[in-house]
Each structure stands twice: as C-alpha cells, then as structure tokens.
Design a protein around this ligand. Structure first.
Ligand code: NDP
Ligand code: HEM
Length: 501
C-alpha cells in the first residue's frame, strides 16, 4: 500500500492522517493509543545529542586534498604522494561558545580535517593558530573552565580568564594571537589552519621526520575589529555559516595552500626550544615551509546534523606514514577525542556514514548499542576471534611504524622551569605594524573589563617581559577604556560578553 509518496510510521505502516490526533470525541481528550502522535513526540524529545564539550558551534563542508609536491622521501602516506587526490571533510568552530553562540565572537577557531585515505581515515584536528594556551594536558580542563560560564553568575568571566592566563605564562603566545587581528576572522575562508602539534612522517626506509602542517588561506586574511563584530552580531548570529555555505553554493570554492615544515629526527635534540612544546612554533628561517598541495572545499552537506554534528574528528586517527610525537598534549588528545565520541555519538560512532572510512574495514569488535554493521567485520561468521583457522583478517607488518626513541625517568617534570615563554611572542609582536599593535592593546583592554587590578598587574608584568612597548601600550589602552591606573581595583566597564549582547 505504501508507494513512494505515502508517508509511513518508522515501522513502515502507512499513515492515514498526519493532521489530526485520535481523540475521544471531537473536542478531545487525546487517546493514549494514538501511537503516531506518541512516536512523533518521543522522536522530538531525542533530537538533540550532547553538544561538543568544547568547539560546540561549527560550520563544515566536504572537499578534496590534492597533492602536487613530492615528499615521498619523507613518508609512505598514500594521501601525501604526488598527484593523489583524497576526499575530505572540514569542520571549523569557535572554542568556548555553545551551539547557539554568535559566529563573529573573538575566539580561537577550530580547523578540523578528516581525510578519507586508502589506508583509513587521517584526521588533523587543529586550530587557526600554530600554538596553544597550555603545554601540559593536566591544565586543559582548568583552562577550558575559565573560558566557559562561571558556575554562580552563569556568565563568562574575564576575571577567571586573566587570572589563569596571568598565572600561566606559557599562554602568552596564544593570548597575543587571540587578541590580535587574527583572533577574529570574518569567515572560515579568510583564515589559516595549523596542525599545531608536531607530528611525524616515516618513509619506506623506516626513517622518521618531525613535521608541522600548515594550511594557508588562498582567499587572503580578513578580520573584524571588535566594533565591526558588534555590528555583525547585531544583524546575524550565523555570519560564518552564511559565508561558507554561500560561497560553496555560488561555486566559489575556498582553497588553502598546504605546507609542511620538516625537521630531521636528530634535530629535536639541537633546537633552542623544545620542538614538541605546543606553545612554540618552528621559525620559518630554520625550517622553511614546503608547498605540497591544495585543499579545496566544494560541497555543502545535504544535512548539517548527519554530516557535521555527527562528525567525529580525532588526533588518534593516523595512517601508515604519519604518526605522533612526544608532545604531551597530543597524547592526551589521542585518548580524549575517541572517548568524547563514544559518549556524544555512541560506541559505534565510526559506522555513522560521515565517519566511515572509504576503504575496507576488518576488525573483531562486536555487539554493542546500535550495532548496525551486522556483527563482526571479518567477512566470515566463524572468524570472530583472532588468531583463527577460518581465514579471518590478520595483522600486516608493513603498517608497522619505526620505533619512537624516548629516554628519561618517569616523573612529573615542572614544565615552567627553563622554558622561554617570551621570545616567540616577542617575534610575533615585532611583526605587527603600528595599527595592529594598537588594536592588540585595545582588544586586550576591552577584554579586561571587570578584572581586579592585582590580576591585571600580574598580566602587565608578562607583557613587559615580551616587550616594554607591549606592556605600556596595554596600560595606555586600559586608561583610555576604563580610566585604569596601576593597581586600581577593579577595572570598570563592560565585560566582553556584555559588550556583545
Ligand atoms: P616569519 O616571519 O618567517 O613567519 C611569520 C609567520 O607569521 C608567517 O607564517 C605569517 O603567516 C605569520 N603572520 C604574519 N603576520 C601575522 C599576524 N599579524 N598575526 C599572526 N601571524 C602572522 O617568522 P617566524 O617563523 O620566526 O615566526 C615569527 C612569529 O610568527 C612566531 O613567533 C609566531 O608567533 C608567528 N607565526 C609563526 C609561524 C611559524 O610556523 N613559524 C606560523 C604562524 C605564525 P602568513 O604566511 O599567513 O602571513
Ligand atoms: C574538540 C579535548 C586540545 C582542537 C575537542 C573535544 C574534546 C577536546 C573532548 C570534543 C570532541 C567531540 O565531541 O567531538 C581536548 C583536549 C585537549 C585539546 C583534552 C588537550 C589536552 C586541543 C588543541 C587543539 C584542539 C591543542 C588544536 C590544535 C579541537 C578542535 C575541536 C576540538 C578543532 C573540534 C573538532 C570538531 O570540529 O569536531 N577537544 N582538546 N584541541 N578540539 Fe580539542
């Protein structure tokens, strides 16, 4: 009876009336036996899934990675061989805002990429900045708590942010980027992406090379000032969604130049900085970026929920020829993301179409909630354990990565001792022209609204160590914005959130 146009229940039975509930008499009440009504209401109650604990607001699209350069001497990764084109998915995001947050808010932007390679999914879950706020994963939840809502006021707290940052000088590099022009891009197409961590490449000789990935916007950089962003947010909360969706619908596909920096394995012992420290970049003069290809986004999702909300990106997803590094933050992320996906999307999140590898998948995991892949993935019902005598899939030593050299005693090493937190932010500060410096100062002053003087003074002392002009510039901007004099407690003025309202 149910032809193509006949609406059905989810059990497939034809629906005779989708306008009127079953009632006892014309005026009601509704009868409990109206399963069609109950099913509709029950499904609606289950439409939302937990939002991402961070990076909840996002925008995404499908595309392709085209490799034009030749780094085959460094890696066997199939997706990085000359001429190879790999389908991919990108999701951009803000970090702190909830799913309904306005797009044009000052924040670091997530830059998450999933490459569907012949050897499985390779995910690069980076940001639009080459560094991060903390270098030890033990501090990540603390840091994120300062960015989210205060438990009592239920508002974001500039005091918490600057208290944490001023007590964590390793954050200075990222804070400087966040408060600079690049902290508020106008749309995803107008920002760079960075893998941020040091990863490694390995080749057919079993040699390992450290690597950093960069994605340079080919649309050019575009930023909002705080004042412009207020105007934008006043008109639309969805400026990024509109821009990204619109440009792809118009056939004007955004592109990024893909670059790598390569460091020979032994150099890691020689650099003046720890190359696995996520608060540091590798200076281009020492490790020049090498062009290897182009990433293009060319297809909007047909369904935002199934293709973007359901997307599960994880730094644990690597493929032969690409691997991790000793970066402590990276190890924590290898655990954290898949754990988050099992909670947010369910045990079998990798069977959701957008997360499915586009290559054969053979494993011995079985059963579990919402197992829709028909038992085990070995192709033989008798091969449900390993080893077996029934031709089930076996390991392939060709996928073995070279050993990772490590040394040292297991201990809790103080990461704040002997670490230069000032030189690289200084190199960045020195890159800024006068206009950029002034906007940096005023953005910082605006973000310090409501913060107690003692916290401001602690932060100013760090800015002074980067460059006296930095500290003094912020002092002047604080005076202009809030009439702040040294040690005045607290600074008056609107908090950034209130200003955005
Ligand atoms: P370089 O002058 O060789 O590189 C400068 C880099 O900074 C370029 O990648 C450029 O990106 C980027 N940049 C330029 N202007 C700005 C800006 N206003 N805000 C943020 N980034 C900007 O110097 P180094 O490699 O020695 O790095 C100096 C500083 O530049 C670093 O301390 C770091 O803060 C920053 N930086 C360095 C990167 C690296 O990988 N070495 C990457 C990004 C930033 P673009 O090409 O897009 O213009
Ligand atoms: C999202 C944890 C550091 C970039 C997430 C999520 C978690 C998480 C749990 C939500 C995942 C989901 O529900 O799908 C952590 C931990 C970190 C860390 C524990 C440090 C120890 C970083 C760093 C970067 C980063 C350093 C960038 C360089 C992102 C991005 C997303 C994200 C882009 C959103 C991914 C998407 O679009 O789905 N992070 N994170 N995170 N994180 Fe991190």
């Amino acid at each position: 009876m149910a032809d193509k146009r006949t609406m059905t229940t989810s059990a497939g039975a034809p629906v005779s009336d989708n306008q009127n509930s079953v009632t006892a008499g014309e005026r009601g009440p509704v009868l409990l036996q109206d399963y069609q009504l109950i099913e509709k209401l029950a499904h609606q109650n289950r439409e939302r899934i937990p939002e991402r604990v961070v990076h909840a607001k996002g925008w995404g699209a499908h595309g392709v990675l085209k490799i034009t350069g030749d780094i085959s001497k460094y890696t066997i990764a199939k997706a990085l061989q000359p001429g190879v084109e790999t389908p991919m998915l990108a999701r951009f995001s803000t970090v702190a805002g909830e799913q309904g947050a306005a797009d044009a808010e000052r924040d670091v932007r997530g830059f998450a990429l999933k490459f569907y390679t012949e050897d499985g999914n390779w995910d690069l879950v980076g940001n639009n900045t080459p560094v991060f706020f903390v270098r030890d994963p033990l501090k990540f939840p603390d840091f994120i708590h300062t960015q989210k809502r205060h438990p009592r006021t239920n508002m974001r707290s500039p005091t918490a942010m600057w208290d944490f940052w001023s007590l964590s000088p390793e954050s200075l590099h990222q804070v400087t980027i966040l408060m600079s022009d690049r902290g508020l891009p106008t749309a995803p197409m107008f920002m760079n992406g960075y893998g941020s961590h040091t990863y490694s490449l390995w080749n057919d000789k079993g040699e390992r090379f450290w690597v950093k990935f960069h994605f340079k916007t080919m649309q050019g950089h575009k930023h909002h000032t705080n004042a412009e962003a207020e105007q934008v947010v006043g008109k639309t909360r969805e400026s990024y969604q509109e821009a990204l969706y619109g440009t792809i619908e118009d056939g004007d596909f955004p592109k990024w130049k893909v670059q790598v920096q390569i460091m020979p394995e032994a150099d890691a012992e020689k650099t003046s900085y720890n190359p696995f420290d996520l608060t540091k970049v590798w200076p281009h003069a020492e490790y020049p970026p090498i062009d290897i290809g182009v990433m293009e986004l060319n297809r909007n999702p047909d369904n935002y929920f199934t293709e973007i909300e359901n997307a599960a990106f994880s730094p644990s997803n690597i493929v032969p020829g690409i691997s991790h590094s000793p970066d402590k933050m990276l190890q924590a992320r290898i655990f954290s993301y898949a754990d988050a996906h099992r909670y947010r999307l369910g045990t079998h999140y990798e069977t959701i179409p957008v997360n499915q590898p586009k290559c054969p998948v053979h494993h011995y995991h079985r059963d579990g909630e919402m197992n829709t892949f028909g038992g085990i993935k070995t192709g033989n019902p008798d091969a449900f354990y390993e080893p077996n005598s029934f031709g089930g899939p076996v390991e392939n030593p060709a996928a073995k990565e070279p050993p990772l050299k490590i040394s040292g005693d297991a201990d809790r090493y103080n990461h704040r001792i002997g670490n230069d937190d000032y030189s690289q932010p200084r190199a960045l500060f020195n890159l800024f022209d006068e206009g950029e410096k002034n906007r940096l100062f005023s953005n910082i002053a605006a973000a310090m609204g409501g913060v107690p003087g003692e916290i401001i003074e602690r932060q100013l002392a760090h800015f002074d160590k980067i460059h006296p002009d930095y500290g003094n510039g912020v002092r002047k901007a604080l005076k202009e914005a809030h009439g702040y004099e040294a040690n005045a407690v607290p600074v008056t003025g609107k908090t950034p959130q209130r200003a955005a309202e």
